[in-house]
Design a protein around this ligand. Structure first.
Ligand code: HEC
Ligand code: HEC
Ligand code: HEC
Ligand code: HEC
Ligand code: HEC
Length: 455
C-alpha cells in the first residue's frame, strides 16, 4: 500500500514534490530497506538496466549538454537535432506508452534518456527484485535541459576517467580539441548495440526484442565488418567544428541517424534525403501480362542495402504493399495488399507468431492473377509503405492517454496531424494500353508522404 502510494508521487514528480520525496526517501532508508535487491544483481551485464553515471561538467566545455557541444560542432548539432535520437523523449507514442500505469518508466527511460543527469530520480534497487517496484531516489544532479535532449551527444561520447572527470570518447585522434579526449573507435562505434540489440524477457507481457546487432552479425561474411554507423552515419568531407576555429577539412560523419524514412514530425520529412535516407530495397519494375480476361503481375524486391532485416527494430513496424487496377475513368476495379513484418501475440504470453520480414540479401516475389471481366483496366498502380504506427494502435492511444499533460493530450487526440504513421517508399504506375511505366523519384515520394495522414 505504502509502496504504491510512494511510487505514484515519485513518478509525478515536480519541484514541489521533491521535498516530499526526499522526506519519504529518508523515512524508508533510515531503516534497512526490506527486500531491496540491487539492479546489478537482477540484471547483470545489461547496459540498459541503468543510465550512465552522472557526468560532471567537461573541461573546456561546461555542462555536457548537446546545446553546449553545438557551440563549436555546429553542423553535427544541427543534424542531430533533426534525428529520432533527439526526439526519443518528446515522441508522442513514447509519451503515451510511458503514461500507462503498467509501464516501467524507469526502465524505458534508460534507453530514451540514458544519462543520470537527465533523470529526476535514480533507481539502484528494486523492491523484492521486481522491475515493477523500483526504489526511486531523488537525483541532486538532475538537469532538466539535458533531459529534453533524449539520446544526446554524451550518451555516445562522454565517459568518466579514473578520477571521476568527464572526457570525450572519439574515433580519430591527431585532433586538438579544447576538451579532454580518449580515442577508442570500436568502443564508440559499438555503443549502438547497447540499445539496438537488447533481447530480454521481463515477464509474460514485457519483452524487449531488438535484435538488429544479431541480424547484422549473421551477415558477417557477405558484408565484412560493418558497424551501424557505416550506413547510418554517412561519410562527409568537412570540418568537425565551425570554420572560425580554423581546423582542417577531415572525413566526418552525418549525425542525422536516418532509418526507415518515417520521421517523428512532419517538418522533418525534408531532412530525410539530405540526412542520408535510402530504402534498403532494390525493387524491380513490375512484370505483367494480360491474356484475355486475366491480368497477371509479379513484383520482385530484394533487401540489398540494409545488412539487417527490413524492417528491423520495433516489432510493430511492417511494409505494406498495395496493388490496384484503375479503369479508364480512374475508378478502382481491383485492389490487393500484402504485409511483410512480425506478428506478435501479446496475451496471455508475448509470443512471436510469424515473421515475414525481408532478410539481408533475400528476394521476395509477390505475384497475382486478376480476373478483369467486364472491366476496361487501364492502369496498374503499385505502392510500398513503411508503416511505423497502425491506426488500431493510434486509436488505442487516443482513448487511453489519460494521465499525460493537457498539451500532450490534445496532440495525441489528433495524433495523425502531428505524428507520421507511415511513409510511401515506392510507387510505380503502368499504363496498360500504352505499355509505359512511371517510377516515382525519392523526392516525389517524400513530397507525397509529407501530405499523407495516418496509416
Ligand atoms: C569550444 C569548442 C568545442 C566544444 C564546446 C566542444 N568541442 Fe569537441 N572538438 C572541438 C575541436 C576544436 C575539435 C578538434 C577538431 C579538429 O581538429 O578537426 C573537437 C573534436 C571533437 C571530437 C573528435 C575527436 C577525435 O579525435 O576523434 C569529438 C568526438 C568531439 N569533439 C565531441 C564533442 C562533444 C561530445 C562535445 C560536447 C560535450 C564537444 N565536443 C564540445 C571543439 C569543441
Ligand atoms: C534497450 C533499450 C530500450 C528500452 C529499455 C526501451 N526502448 Fe523504446 N526504443 C529503443 C530503440 C532502440 C528504439 C528504436 C527502434 C526502431 O526505431 O525500430 C525504440 C523505439 C521506441 C518507440 C518508437 C517506436 C516506433 O516504431 O517509432 C516507442 C514508442 C518506444 N520505444 C517505447 C518504449 C517504452 C514504452 C519502453 C518501456 C517499456 C521502452 N521503449 C524501452 C530502445 C529501448
Ligand atoms: C542509449 C540508447 C541508444 C544508443 C546508444 C543508440 N540508439 Fe539509436 N535509437 C535509440 C532510441 C530510443 C531510438 C528510437 C527513438 C524513438 O523512436 O522515439 C533510436 C532510433 C534509431 C534509429 C531509427 C531512426 C528512424 O527514425 O527510423 C536509427 C537508424 C538509430 N537509432 C541508429 C543508431 C546508431 C547508428 C547508433 C550508434 C552509433 C545508435 N542508434 C545508438 C536509442 C539508442
Ligand atoms: C548515437 C551515438 C552518437 C550520438 C548521439 C552522437 N554521436 Fe558523434 N559520433 C558517433 C560515432 C559512432 C562517431 C564515429 C564515426 C566513425 O568514425 O566511424 C561519431 C563522431 C563524431 C565526431 C568526429 C567527427 C565525425 O563526424 O566523425 C564528432 C566531432 C562528434 N561525433 C560530435 C558529436 C556531437 C557534438 C553530438 C551531439 C550533437 C554527437 N556527436 C552525437 C556517435 C554519436
Ligand atoms: C549496410 C548498411 C546498413 C548497416 C550496416 C545497418 N543498417 Fe540499419 N538500415 C539500413 C537501411 C538501408 C535502412 C532502411 C531500410 C528500409 O526501410 O528500406 C535501415 C533501417 C534501420 C532502422 C529503422 C527501422 C527500419 O527497419 O527501417 C534502424 C532502427 C536501423 N536501421 C538500425 C541499425 C543498427 C542498430 C545497425 C547496427 C547494428 C544498422 N542499422 C546497420 C542500412 C544499414
Amino acid at each position: 500500500m505504502f509502496h504504491q502510494h510512494r511510487r505514484k508521487y515519485f513518478f509525478g514528480i515536480g519541484i514541489g514534490f521533491l521535498v516530499l520525496s526526499v522526506a519519504i526517501f529518508y523515512l524508508l532508508f533510515s531503516r534497512p530497506a526490506q527486500g531491496a535487491v540491487s539492479i546489478d544483481s537482477v540484471f547483470p551485464n545489461a547496459p540498459w538496466a541503468k543510465p550512465l553515471p552522472n557526468l560532471p561538467p567537461l573541461a573546456g566545455v561546461g555542462e555536457v549538454r548537446a546545446e553546449n557541444c553545438g557551440k563549436c560542432h555546429t553542423e553535427i548539432y544541427a543534424e542531430w537535432k533533426t534525428s529520432t535520437h533527439a526526439n526519443a523523449l518528446s515522441d508522442l507514442q513514447f509519451q503515451s506508452e510511458l503514461s500507462k500505469s503498467s509501464s516501467p518508466r524507469w526502465l524505458c527511460l534508460n534507453c530514451h534518456t540514458p544519462v543520470a543527469n537527465q533523470r529526476e530520480t535514480l533507481v539502484n534497487y528494486l523492491q523484492n527484485g521486481d522491475y515493477r517496484t523500483p526504489i526511486e531516489e531523488p537525483n541532486p544532479n538532475f538537469d532538466p535541459k539535458m533531459k529534453a535532449e533524449a539520446v544526446t551527444c554524451a550518451v555516445c561520447h562522454v565517459r568518466l576517467d579514473e578520477q571521476g572527470r568527464s572526457y570525450v570518447l572519439g574515433a580519430n585522434g591527431k585532433t586538438n580539441p579544447p576538451h579532454p579526449i580518449k580515442i577508442d573507435p570500436d568502443k564508440l562505434r559499438n555503443r549502438c548495440l547497447d540499445c539496438h540489440n537488447a533481447n530480454y524477457v521481463l515477464d509474460d507481457q514485457l519483452v524487449c526484442a531488438f535484435k538488429t546487432g544479431n541480424e547484422l552479425e549473421q551477415q558477417g561474411n557477405s558484408h565484412g565488418k560493418l558497424a551501424c554507423g557505416s550506413c547510418h552515419m554517412g561519410e562527409v568531407q568537412r570540418k568537425f567544428v565551425k570554420s572560425e576555429l580554423n581546423t582542417p577539412v577531415r572525413t566526418a560523419h552525418k549525425h542525422s541517424f536516418i532509418g526507415g524514412g518515417v520521421p517523428k514530425k512532419f517538418d522533418l520529412y525534408e531532412k530525410q534525403i539530405p540526412g542520408g535516407y535510402r530504402t534498403g530495397l532494390n525493387i524491380q519494375p513490375i512484370e505483367w501480362k494480360k491474356i484475355g480476361n486475366n491480368l497477371e503481375y509479379s513484383v520482385s524486391f530484394k533487401n540489398e542495402k540494409a545488412a539487417h532485416n527490413i524492417p528491423t527494430g520495433d516489432p510493430e513496424r511492417f511494409l505494406l504493399l498495395k496493388a490496384f487496377v484503375l479503369d479508364t475513368k480512374g475508378e478502382k476495379v481491383f485492389s490487393k495488399e500484402i504485409k511483410f513484418g512480425q506478428e506478435w501475440e501479446w496475451y496471455p504470453k508475448a509470443r512471436l507468431v510469424s515473421d515475414t520480414r525481408i532478410l539481408p540479401g533475400e528476394t521476395k516475389i509477390w505475384k497475382e492473377n486478376i480476373l478483369v471481366t467486364d472491366k476496361t483496366p487501364s492502369k496498374l498502380v503499385f505502392e510500398i509503405y513503411h508503416v511505423r504506427l497502425k491506426e488500431a494502435n493510434a486509436e488505442h492511444m487516443r482513448k487511453n492517454s489519460i494521465s499525460v499533460s493537457n498539451n500532450l493530450k490534445d496532440k495525441i487526440s489528433h495524433i495523425e496531424n502531428h505524428y507520421p504513421f507511415s511513409s510511401l517508399i515506392h510507387k510505380e504506375e503502368i499504363d496498360l494500353n500504352l505499355r509505359k511505366n512511371k517510377v516515382y523519384s525519392p523526392e516525389e515520394l517524400i513530397r507525397i508522404s509529407k501530405t499523407r495522414k495516418g496509416e
